[in-house]
Every structure is written in structure tokens, then in C-alpha cells.
Design a protein around this ligand. Structure first.
Ligand code: ADP
Length: 436
């Protein structure tokens, strides 16, 4: 069975696998298939501990509570969060199961590091089971302001769960501050934004923005095969046209509609022959109604723009609704003069960093939402407020026309940031914080 398992290629996994291998660690997780949980087994020098989820739990826990309640609530309530007791039950139950499996994997003095909003009750549940280990929690998405978090019917339970950790780390300072305020208001914690006291325990709060395997993107962008693909793409898209790119999961937080509308505005003053927009959208959470509605909206806008501006052989918006293999993704990054990342709210946004890491020639312009966590690390991007459509359109215009010297200066600063703060650096920093 071992040979059927493949290590997933993301940056988080490539950073954690060597650390787990070195420490003979265990990975506790879901297999990705409902009602399927093999026994504990070893793979690539790591012990894997699958936690089973039934089809019904996937509905209530994952599509329901995680993605119908927490995801919209934590992203500024961009869509109305739904609060259902029949979703909360499975969330608690699945978190309990993860805590129990994790407790089985740990030896006295070990470190448990829990990832993300799907498992916020695990630190508290695990502490009840094992008071002899160090517990860390990392939140990959934003933590909302107190006036939004206050709406959650189970806000006290959620905070008690998180406060079971010794260290809680956030993507941004804003998330850390929001959490500290909520913990003091609703869970009886005392202290500041770096350290809280709860009963007789201290919980440390950290800011540690996640990153990417920057070298992997740069090396791919420098490879002959990616350069050939990028040149071919430029040829196919129209060699004289300015290529504007968007790459996202198709999620309503990402502002895909915003950038398309801004591009549409730009086409009023620019001949469509000069510009081309490529939007790559990965299918995501289609079982959740707000996602299918967003897909329909995006496709309607693409259809309208092309209906108004296309001519035979020339289409202003190319829309790819699919997953793209790594090398091809880097070829798109390498081919794009302007990258648009315009979420209404985003924990960090890795795509912004991937574009920067792939610009080995040192040119290109990143248009980046102020509401993406990455904005605090990449102030040399062209920063936009995605709620201000005219503003986004004006910034897009500026990006398209930016002189090459200015592009190089800005991109140079961003590349230095991404290269010196990669995902390996992030993992080391988090673990150092946990061991302190
Ligand atoms: P989120 O975690 O909310 O999806 P991020 O921007 O932080 O947003 O991470 C998205 C990841 O998915 C990036 O690593 C990006 O390369 C990848 N990705 C996005 N769109 C595609 C696509 N069409 N094909 C393949 N990978 C994609």
C-alpha cells in the first residue's frame, strides 16, 4: 500500500517533511477520502496516522462548519456565515478524534504542532489528555475583529480550544491583535498582544507569515523547458500585447470579479489588441452554494468582456477553470507582465510570492490587495483597495505602463524579501518559538 501514497507537492509539506524525518515525527491527518482510514503506517521516514471522516461528517464538519461558518466569518463576513448546531456537533467530534489520535502519537516532552482553522479545538482537547507536551497552533487564515468574532455562538468554546496551546501564531500582526482582544473579552484571558495569562498558564502569541519554497520557483523559471513554454505562451497570447495574469482557487474571497471588472474598465480607454488577461481558476468547494454562485458570476463577466471586445483571432480574456501542473504555472508567471492578486481578505496569499520568486529577469509588476497578509511584507507591490473599483482600474493602468527601471527597483526589493524569508525559514522560526 505504501507505494500508492504520494507526498503532496506544496511548500508547507516540503518544509515540514525534512523536519519530521529528522525528528522521527508523526503526521496526523485525513486521507482525503471519506470512510477510508488505514492503520498507522510509515512513508518517506514519517509515521502517518490517518483520522477517518465519514461522508456525513464531511458535510457537517468540512463543507458545513469549516467552510460555511468559519471561512466566511474569518474573512470579514464577505458572505453571510451560517450557524447551525448540526454542523457544530461534527466539528467538535472530528476535533476530538484528531486530539485523541495526536495524543497517541506523542511521547513525554514532545512538541505537537496543529495547523489551521479546521482544528481550533484540538489544542484544548489535547491539553486535557496530555499535559506533558508542548502545543503549538498556526492559523493560516485571518483572525477576525472582535465585532465579527462576537457573532459566533460557540465563541467561548473556540477560544478555550485555542488557548490550550502554549504558542499561537498568526499570519499578521492584525490577526494576533484581534485574537488577543477576543480572548480577553470572551474567555477571561489577561495580558497584552504578545502574551496572555489564562488560569495559571501563559499562552504566547506570535506573528509568523508563511512563505513558499522560493528556490523551487526560481530554479523552475530558469530552466530551459519553462522558458520555452513561457515564450510559446507569449507567442500564442500575442507577442505585442501586455499580459495580465490572475491565479487563484475559485473562492469568493479572492476578488476575481473585482480584477475582471477593473480590466473591463481599462478596455474602455485601451485598444483590446494591446492587452490580454489570463485568469487561471482552480475548482474549489463546489458543494458550497456561495462558490458555485461566484463561479457563475466570474463566467458571466468573462463572457460579457469577450462578447464586447473580442474579434476573430483576438480574445481579451482567457479563462482556464482547472488545475495547472507546476511547470506550466511557473511558465504563466514567467510570461506575465502584470500579476493581479486582489482578494477582499486573505490570510497571506502564496500566489503573490510565487510570482515574485518566478521573475528571475527582475521585471514584472505585482498588483496586490492591501487586504492580503502578504501586503505587509511586499510594500513595493502596487497596493490596491479591492473595494475601490476605479482605484483598482487606475492601478492596473499604472502597472501596464510602468517604466522598466521602476519595475526592476520594486521587483528587486520584493525578490530579496521572498528569497530571504522562504518556507524553510518560516518553519524554523515557528519551531524555535515553540521550543523557547
Ligand atoms: P489559498 O490557500 O486560499 O488557496 P494561496 O494563494 O495562499 O491561496 O495558495 C494557493 C496555492 O494554490 C498556491 O500555491 C498556487 O500556486 C496554487 N494554485 C492556485 N491556482 C492554481 C491553478 N490553477 N493550478 C495549480 N495551482 C494553483
Amino acid at each position: 500500500m505504501n507505494d500508492e501514497w504520494q507526498t503532496s507537492p506544496g511548500g508547507l509539506v516540503s518544509a515540514l517533511v525534512p523536519i519530521l524525518q529528522e525528528r522521527h515525527g508523526s503526521w496526523v491527518g485525513w486521507t482525503g477520502v471519506a470512510d477510508f482510514a488505514p492503520e498507522v503506517f510509515g512513508h518517506d521516514g514519517i509515521e502517518l496516522r490517518p483520522v477517518p471522516l465519514s461522508e456525513a461528517e464531511l458535510d457537517g464538519y468540512y463543507f458545513g462548519f469549516c467552510n460555511g461558518t468559519l471561512w466566511p466569518l474569518y474573512h470579514d463576513a464577505i458572505r453571510v456565515p451560517q450557524y447551525h448546531r448540526h454542523w457544530w456537533g461534527p466539528y467538535r467530534e472530528v476535533n476530538r478524534r484528531f486530539a485523541e489520535e495526536t495524543a497517541r502519537a506523542l511521547h513525554p516532552g514532545d512538541v505537537a504542532w496543529i495547523q489551521d482553522y479546521q482544528l481550533q479545538l484540538v489544542p484544548g482537547l489535547l491539553r486535557d489528555l496530555r499535559d506533558d507536551v508542548t502545543i503549538g497552533f498556526y492559523l493560516h487564515i485571518p483572525f477576525p475583529p472582535v465585532e465579527l468574532f462576537a457573532r459566533l455562538p460557540w465563541r467561548k468554546e473556540m477560544l478555550d480550544g485555542l488557548l490550550g496551546a502554549d504558542v499561537i501564531a498568526f499570519q499578521t500582526q492584525l490577526g494576533r491583535h484581534n485574537f488577543a482582544r477576543c480572548a480577553k473579552r470572551f474567555a477571561g484571558a489577561q495580558g497584552g498582544t504578545r502574551q496572555l495569562r489564562i488560569a495559571d498558564r501563559i499562552v504566547r502569541l506570535k506573528t509568523a507569515p508563511i512563505s513558499i519554497d522560493a528556490a523551487r520557483f526560481s530554479e523552475a523559471a530558469e530552466s530551459a523547458s519553462v522558458q520555452r513554454s513561457a515564450a510559446r505562451l507569449r507567442e500564442e497570447l500575442g507577442s505585442n500585447r501586455t499580459v495580465v495574469l490572475g491565479v487563484d482557487r475559485l473562492d469568493y474571497t479572492k476578488g476575481i470579479d473585482v480584477r475582471l471588472r477593473a480590466f473591463e474598465t481599462l478596455l474602455e480607454s485601451h485598444p483590446a489588441d494591446d492587452l490580454v488577461f489570463v485568469q487561471i481558476a482552480v475548482p474549489s468547494r463546489e458543494e458550497v452554494g456561495d462558490y458555485s454562485a461566484m463561479r457563475a458570476l466570474v463566467e458571466q463577466i468573462v463572457g460579457r468582456i469577450n462578447g464586447d471586445h473580442a474579434r476573430p483571432g483576438h480574445v481579451p480574456v482567457h479563462y482556464l477553470y482547472r488545475n495547472v501542473p507546476f511547470e506550466q504555472l511557473v511558465a504563466y508567471y514567467a510570461a506575465a507582465d502584470v500579476m493581479t492578486v486582489t482578494p477582499l481578505r486573505d490570510g497571506l496569499n502564496l500566489v503573490a510570492k510565487e510570482y515574485v520568486a518566478s521573475r528571475v529577469n527582475g521585471d514584472g509588476v505585482l498588483v496586490l490587495s492591501e487586504f492580503a497578509g502578504a501586503a505587509s511584507e511586499l510594500p513595493s507591490a502596487v497596493l490596491v483597495n479591492p473595494h475601490d473599483l476605479d482605484g483598482v482600474a487606475a492601478s492596473l493602468e499604472r502597472a501596464v505602463a510602468m517604466p522598466i527601471e521602476e519595475q526592476r527597483q520594486r521587483m528587486g526589493r520584493m525578490r530579496r524579501q521572498v528569497q530571504t524569508h522562504d518556507v524553510f525559514d518560516w518553519a524554523q522560526k515557528c519551531l524555535t518559538d515553540l521550543n523557547a
